[in-house]
Ligand binder design. Structure first.
Ligand code: SF4
Ligand code: SF4
Length: 475
């Protein structure tokens, strides 16, 4: 008869017949991961404090009165590390996203899902905040299971009520945090300090985000990683046999054999004693001994659990560890594979192109178009003019005075409705102007004219346009 949880190389597909989080009747199989402690858990906890502090401090960091980080998708305005990006900078944002994706791919090819286990906000909040509170209020896995299965009594009401209240409070904090990254901390302060009716959209946003986080961390949980996160689903194409991941050393561990009391002359065995602790601590409910699985978020809980067991049974730790399939099977680790070199090259090219684009990016931008439906206007004293629309964008955080000059001899610029253009910080301006010249100097009916745009005396753009006028008409 086939043994349960066999070496994946002997029975490689058996674990694929069922999902750990779905019962045979199709209902959710609630995962009660056992509390874990150990080397990796300790350092993940320390790192989570640092990352959570950075995450919560982010919206409060301001440089010269403006946010250091802002992702205002509603107004399509982004501030990343203090630098403002406008819709006109979409190509830069696309480059930034591409760099981010290639970096993630490269990192995943080499180090697997380290991001998921150590830095992903979902894991950070779930395992390092909500789960810890749950352990504190309801106890370890078995106590939680017993409490859930027990009828409603005073203890259950108090524990569940307390847990829901604390979860709701933290979800509210996360909801406000996300809104602060989206619309800025000052806006959030305004929303919370005034009646909801004065900013209904903002209020709905705060409530919706808080509600979503409450739902995710109290109920949806590991399903976010298993069925929603696209990164998790990409693992099948990103990982290869040289990727470092949380892996079970089946060469050392198999054949797994439980330790029995009073066992005399034991047969040659693998190091796995089949205690099942690595499965009990897994927040996604899987058995890492079945090999790399999409559900594994590299949280290292099974490493800590197994190391504890190995110490108890006086065997070397690391039966489950960070390793690659090849390092386990063949005993050596190759990091610089062809794939890694290829992705590294692409990453370097993208970063170089991005740096070049940033270096040549202007904080002021202008667009000039001819006024639609008009050719030219003949004026008094033998002058002729053309009308233009101009759009100016000030991406800086200071006001900017903009001047315009035509590079054609004898051509003047007449600004419509003003003597000069002064752009407020972080604004888009739309105006009109005439190009005017003596009709006797017109040589061709459609002449290309270069216009120079200056800000505070410094030229920031040169734009070509057409000047139309009848030829050969004398004064
Ligand atoms: S298999 Fe191990 S590393 Fe992967 S999710 Fe489960 S406990 Fe975490
Ligand atoms: S914790 Fe270690 S010894 Fe126990 S079942 Fe898992 S791999 Fe085997």
């Amino acid at each position: 008869m086939a043994k349960k949880n066999q070496n994946p190389h002997l029975n490689p597909e058996s674990f694929r017949d069922a999902l750990a989080t779905v019962k045979e009747d199709g209902k959710r199989n609630w995962v009660y991961p056992k509390k874990v402690s150990g080397y990796f858990y300790r350092y993940r906890t320390y790192l989570s404090w640092v990352l959570l502090a950075i995450l919560f401090a982010g919206p409060f960091i301001q440089v010269n009165g403006r946010p250091y980080m802002l992702f205002n998708i509603f107004e399509r305005k982004f501030i990343i590390f203090g630098a403002a990006f406008w819709p006109q900078d979409t190509h830069l944002l696309i480059f930034l996203l591409l760099i981010f994706f290639v970096f993630i791919i490269l990192f995943t090819v080499v180090f697997g899902r380290v991001w998921c286990g150590w830095a992903c906000p979902q894991t950070l909040f779930m395992e390092m905040v909500f789960r810890k509170i749950e352990y504190l209020i309801e106890g370890d896995a078995n106590q939680q299971r017993t409490l859930n299965e027990s009828p409603w009594n005073a203890e259950k009401v108090i524990k569940k009520g307390l847990k829901i209240s604390v979860f709701a409070l933290i979800s509210l904090m996360i909801g406000h945090l996300v809104m602060a990254y989206l619309i800025g901390i000052d806006q959030v302060k305004e929303i919370v300090s005034k009646p909801p009716t004065e900013n209904m959209a903002g209020f709905i946003g705060l409530v919706a985000f808080s509600g979503i986080f409450m739902l995710v961390f109290s109920w949806f949980r590991e399903q976010a990683c298993l069925v929603v996160c696209p990164y998790g689903r990409l693992q099948g194409v990103l990982l290869d046999n040289n990727s470092i991941n949380v892996l079970y050393d089946y060469v050392r561990g198999e054949p797994r054999t439980p330790i029995r009391k009073n066992e005399v002359a034991p047969a040659p065995k693998g190091d796995c004693i089949d205690c099942g602790l690595c499965v009990q601590v897994c927040p996604t409910g899987i058995d890492i001994r079945n090999g790399t699985q999409m559900e594994c978020v590299s949280c290292t809980a099974c490493i800590d659990a197994c190391d504890e067991v190995m110490i108890k049974v006086d065997r070397p730790v690391g039966l489950i560890r960070y390793a690659s399939e090849n390092s386990i099977k063949q005993g050596f680790q190759k990091l610089l594979t062809g794939r890694v070199k290829g992705y590294t090259l692409v990453l370097f090219v993208l970063v170089a192109a991005f740096i070049a684009l940033i270096a040549t990016r202007e904080d002021l931008e202008g667009t000039i178009t001819r006024f639609p439906g008009m050719t030219y206007q003949q004026r008094e004293a033998g002058m002729v003019s053309n009308l233009y629309n101009i759009t100016l964008i000030n991406k800086t955080f200071e006001p900017q005075r903009v001047d315009i000059k035509a590079m054609a001899e004898g051509m003047k610029v007449e600004i419509v409705g003003a003597t000069e253009w002064v752009l407020e910080p972080q604004t888009k301006f739309e105006g009109r102007f005439f190009l005017v010249r003596d009709q006797s100097s017109v040589k061709i009916p459609q002449e290309k004219v270069m216009l120079q745009l200056f800000s505070e005396g410094r030229e920031f753009d040169e734009i070509q346009t057409n000047f139309m006028a009848p030829v050969g008409v004398k004064k």
